[in-house]
Design a protein around this ligand. Structure first.
Ligand SMILES: NC(=O)C1=CN([C@@H]2O[C@H](COP(=O)(O)OP(=O)(O)OC[C@H]3O[C@@H](n4cnc5c(N)ncnc54)[C@H](OP(=O)(O)O)[C@@H]3O)[C@@H](O)[C@H]2O)C=CC1
Ligand SMILES: O=C1OC[C@@H](O)[C@H](O)[C@H]1O
Length: 400
């Protein structure tokens, strides 16, 4: 077997998810049976200060020669970097990812990919023009659990999927948790609200079960009907959004399929985060697949068939982990001591694509990311939610 190829990462921003991702990145891929690539961190940048980037590199256990930068502009000029992971708030993804692409860097960009579909399209166009890799970091798509669920569907165990019910909600008590209104969950200037932050996962489950599992030439965009409740304290952000989707299908493929994607900052998929009610139900004529919360990091599925068969599966996130034990502070769950968080699967895919010369992720094309951004645009249009022009714009560069 050929020796693993080492992929050199740069980390853009030093906040919560940048820490979690980078710790996972530094877990040896062999611990999860991955032999083709290795990851290393060669640089990190903080827009606040260089010492903050230095501290970040220490905290995550990066190699001692990794470089610390005090600006994103300096990071993108580093010729030793193969891929940059963009970990700023969604309001900033478009400007930051464009900066990377303009400077010839491959990009893995956190969710939600951008603020709207026009920005996502502009990034995809730029990546194509520059012949660079670009992928939205919807980590859940790359989990072995997600691959297993998609395989159950394509192998026909439940018959053609007729309906998907998909929720990702957290009872965050927003007035108390985000009382100054500055947190990205509620802050319009950071494209805040439930939809872009949490609802993206409800839609991920809808799309990866009803869209990605269809033959490519038969995938069609869904019709969208949405209800949105604004978050009163900050005005332009949603605290709850419900989207009904109808996917056109031929009669041979089972006819049209429906989905309901829900998200809320006020109520939880399972109160107390105990995870005993399925947040995702994928239903066909022969049975259903249940996925247990949280929707973004599920570890438990149940297949229930109408003939009485019940198959439960638990998926570990193999460690040992570099101290990547995780709590999100919102009651969103924590992983067992010694486990990784699970962000390494998407990193493996991005690195493998880079090494193989692919320009997009295997389980979510740029066209699908753009389509999902378009569904969120339509939900916001129907719900009357607009963000400030300077973060909705496709102009570049814009100082945020
Ligand atoms: N995949 C997942 O499970 C998760 C994904 N996310 C996504 O990751 C992104 C970042 O979230 P998270 O890490 O929790 O956010 P944090 O607020 O913890 O970190 C964001 C970082 O972005 C940089 N930044 C640059 N400009 C701003 C600004 N105006 N306001 C705030 N931060 C700024 C800062 O880093 P610096 O000062 O170093 O430049 C900051 O530390 C979001 O898009 C979110 O949706 C978040 C949580 C989980
Ligand atoms: O992406 C996410 O997944 C985990 C949640 O806790 C977090 O708030 C969200 O941004």
């Amino acid at each position: 077997m050929a020796p693993p190829k080492t992929v050199r990462w740069g980390i853009l921003a030093t906040g919560g998810i940048a820490q979690t991702f980078t710790k996972d990145l530094l877990v040896d891929p062999k611990t999860r049976g991955v032999e083709n690539i290795k990851h290393t961190v060669v640089a990190a940048a903080s827009s606040s200060s260089r010492p903050r980037a230095e501290q970040f590199l220490k905290d995550v256990g990066a190699p001692s020669d990794a470089k610390a930068y005090g600006s994103y502009e300096d990071l993108v000029k580093d010729s030793d970097i193969d891929i940059i992971y963009v970990a700023t708030p969604h309001s900033h993804h478009y400007q930051n990812a464009m900066l990377c692409l303009e400077n010839g860097k491959n990009v893995l960009c956190e969710k939600a990919f951008t603020v709207n579909a026009a920005q996502a399209q502009a990034l995809a166009d730029k990546a194509k023009e520059q012949n660079l890799f670009l992928m939205e970091a919807v980590w859940t798509r790359y989990f072995p659990l997600s691959i297993y669920v998609r395989d159950l569907i394509t192998s026909g165990r439940i018959g053609p999927v007729a309906r998907v019910l998909s929720d990702n909600s957290m009872a965050l008590n927003p007035e108390e948790s985000f009382s100054d209104g500055k947190h990205r969950m509620v802050n319009p200037d950071l494209a805040g609200g439930a939809l872009l932050d949490l609802g993206i996962y409800s839609l991920t489950w809808v799309f990866q079960t009803l869209y990605l599992t269809q033959p490519e030439d038969s995938r069609k965009p869904p019709k969208v009907l949405a209800a949105m409740k604004g978050y009163a304290a900050t005005g332009a952000a949603d605290e709850m959004t419900t989207i009904v989707l109808s996917f056109p299908r031929s009669a041979e493929a089972g006819g049209d399929a429906h989905a309901v994607a829900t998200t809320s900052l006020r109520v939880a998929t399972t109160p107390g985060g105990n995870g005993d009610a399925p947040g995702i139900r994928i239903q066909g004529p022969k049975g259903e697949i249940q996925v247990f919360p949280p929707a973004f990091r599920p570890t438990h599925t149940k297949l229930i068939l109408s003939d009485g068969t019940v198959e439960e599966k638990h998926f570990a996130q193999p460690g040992p982990g570099k101290g990547s034990g995780w709590k999100n502070g919102f009651g969103g769950g924590s992983n067992a001591e010694g486990e990784g968080h699970g962000m390494f699967w998407e990193a493996d895919e991005a690195a493998t694509a880079f090494v193989d010369g692919r320009k997009e992720g295997k389980y979510e094309s740029l066209a699908e990311s753009i389509l999902i951004m378009g569904v969120m645009d339509e939900a916001r249009r129907q719900g009357g939610l607009k963000y400030p022009e300077h973060i909705e714009t496709t102009k570049y560069p814009v100082q945020l």
